[in-house]
Design a protein. Structure first.
Length: 85
């Protein structure tokens, strides 16, 4: 039964992480950050880092993988937003 929930967690992590990547790709391609809210992405990034810490504490592979990728992606968007004001 535990393996079932681990698969559910991995699937959830995959879907939520994949859903974020098109925004990162579009921003990388166009360098257009006018539609991005800096405040929202800073708060989002901090929340993701806290989820990552919690995932590490729980030793949850799905939480660690998803939140590491999303933290890096959101940090990239923050840097792009600051660079291309």
């Amino acid at each position: 039964m535990n393996a079932f929930f681990e698969i559910i967690g991995l699937l959830a992590a995959l879907l939520t992480t994949i859903s974020f990547l098109p925004q990162v790709y579009k921003t990388w391609q166009t360098k257009d950050t006018s539609g991005l809210s800096l405040t929202m992405f800073i708060v989002f990034f901090l929340g993701i880092v806290l989820w990552l810490i919690y995932g590490i504490y729980l030793n949850s592979l799905p939480m660690i993988l998803a939140n590491t990728i999303t933290a890096v992606s959101s940090m990239y968007l923050i840097i792009m937003k600051l660079k291309h004001k």
